[in-house]
Unconditional design. Structure first.
Lengths: 99, 433
């Protein structure tokens, strides 16, 4: 459903303008067994960076940690504790230049 | 980093609360280290961006002198929205021109300036230092661990923000219920300053705050905001995480901001602007009943880590409370240092001064607000119906008639509000009594 007019910004464009220093190792861990059977997959809807996707072919929840805005929403909102979230390593991750 | 056994204070997090605490303790001659996990001081902080000045004018006068503020706010408005239309109450307060009550800020920039000021007083502000754990001796916190390295101090200040992993480790936040958090998502949109002043009807250099409620959050408790900065707008939405966790929707939350920006009543304000930053952050919105104990012996919580945010629906305050809690923690630390050095005394003293400050008093006064502000009908039914009724009031039909004012008032009282609505209105009016 398109709830916005033409000319809107795609989430990938928004993440691309942010200053983020990626660490090769993900600071977000998914428990495949828990997330496979999740009824809500609320993380997909709730993540403001659109990091979570569900691969229906493999039945796997996938996360792309590189665009993480470090809000922690996924960690708080996941009631089945399928997501383990930590801050990225020192000096890595988001750098809010404006804030 | 070399291990220094002579540290008096370790402050974890170089945001507003941590830096205020660092500035005060370093000014008193204590040995202070501020450990910041981000690339530079305060680079993980994000705010809506409005700071109320009067509550901090006395205790932070020197610290905030020459601080980087964007615009003093002289124009306030609250707007209710349905799908495409909106209705506003606005105050352009020209009385405020010379004595602003609040200013808009860009927190990342502000933090960096304040970090320099704390460093000038002798605090060691160390970015790219991520504290992993607390260091305990019996029941007392005696330092922190960074990887395998231990760093000791007489007291540790957890200024590590809303997600405070230190408060969690200390057992001060055993649970994190979703409904005690708001999710804020915002963009910084660059726009020429003259353009901002034209569009928001502002005198040169002055600022505006615009708050929005209703359908912009698609029925979720929360709202939208626009704050004017010097050469940019802060445009964002906030939704309650508890409600979001039960949201039955195909829409993803980030799309709400895009929808907000493209509304016919918002888009003209942003037209031609360039988005230069996107961000998201949680806000502690649980109010008084969700406040943790503000520390353990050897550990003090300040700012968002302690849950110090007040949301009354039309006022959202966190930054002034962060600053003041940082100063109060500093005062207790200094007093303890001069006296007996007892960490239990320090905690008791901090707790006591919090209770005597506006922080606890105001948050307690509004302890009913979180429940009231998460009622669905505040965001769906009331705004839609009020806009519809107002539309009818201004309508002239083909027969040349317009709606009678008396009938409109009756409709408002009996149909739109009804008993339940009157009760809600009453509860809202008495939110702080």
């Amino acid at each position: 459903m398109a709830i916005y007019a033409d000319g809107f910004m795609k989430i990938k464009e928004k993440i691309a303008i942010c200053s983020i220093k990626h660490h090769e190792q993900s600071h977000i861990k998914i428990n495949v067994d828990i997330c496979k059977n999740c009824q809500t997959r609320i993380c997909i809807i709730a993540c403001p960076a659109h990091l979570y996707t569900f691969e229906s072919e493999t039945g796997k929840l996938i996360v792309d940690h590189t665009g993480c805005l470090e809000c922690g929403t996924c960690m708080i909102i996941c009631s089945s504790k399928g997501i383990t979230w930590k801050y990225p390593e020192a000096g890595y991750g988001i750098y809010y230049r404006y804030g | 980093m070399s291990t220094n056994d002579n540290l008096d204070v370790i402050i974890v997090g170089a945001g507003l609360a941590g830096l205020a605490c660092a500035y005060e303790t370093a000014s008193a001659g204590l040995q202070v280290a501020v450990l910041e996990k981000g690339e530079v001081a305060g680079s993980k902080s994000l705010s809506g961006g409005r700071l109320y000045l009067e509550p901090v004018s006395e205790l932070c006068r020197e610290f905030l002198h020459d601080a980087l503020f964007e615009r003093p706010v002289i124009s306030e408005s609250i707007t209710i929205t349905d799908n495409n239309s909106s209705m506003s109450f606005r105050l352009d307060d020209n009385e405020l021109q010379n004595r602003p009550n609040s200013v808009t800020v860009l927190l990342g920039r502000l933090n960096q300036r304040l970090a320099e000021k704390a460093a000038n007083k002798g605090a060691m502000v160390l970015p790219q230092q991520k504290v992993d754990n607390l260091l305990f001796e019996k029941e007392t916190v005696v330092g922190v661990k960074i990887g395998s390295e231990e760093l000791r101090a007489r007291v540790v200040v957890a200024a590590d923000g809303v997600l405070s992993f230190l408060a969690e480790e200390a057992g001060l936040r055993p649970q994190r219920p979703a409904n005690s958090y708001g999710l804020g998502i915002k963009e910084i949109i660059e726009l020429k300053n003259s353009c901002i002043e034209d569009r928001f009807n502002l005198p040169p250099g002055k600022g505006a705050s615009r708050l929005f409620f209703g359908m912009i959050t698609h029925g979720l408790p929360g709202g939208g905001f626009i704050y004017t900065n010097s050469d940019s707008l802060s445009v964002g939405i906030v939704v309650n995480l508890g409600a979001l966790s039960n949201w039955k929707s195909e829409t993803e939350v980030w799309e709400l901001l895009e929808a907000f920006k493209s509304r016919p009543d918002i888009a003209p304000l942003l037209a031609g602007g360039k988005t230069v930053e996107y961000g998201a952050h949680l806000i502690p919105e649980g109010g008084f009943n969700a406040l943790p104990k503000p520390g353990l012996p050897g550990l003090l919580l300040v700012g968002d880590a302690a849950g110090f945010v007040l949301n009354t629906g039309y006022l959202l305050r966190g930054m002034d409370m962060a600053l003041i809690s940082g100063v109060l923690a500093a005062q207790s630390i200094i007093k303890t240092h001069q006296k007996n050095g007892d960490p239990a005394f320090c905690l008791t003293n901090y707790e006591q001064s919090l209770k005597e400050s506006f922080i606890y008093k105001q948050i307690e006064l509004y302890k009913k607000a979180p429940d009231l502000l998460t009622l669905d009908r505040m965001y769906k039914r009331y705004p839609q119906n009020i806009i519809q009724l107002t539309r009818e009031l201004f309508h002239v039909d083909a027969s040349g008639k317009n709606t009678s004012l008396w009938n409109a008032c009756k409709k408002f009282m009996f149909k739109i509000l009804g008993l339940k609505g009157l009760r809600d209105l009453w509860r809202f009016m008495r939110m702080d009594s």
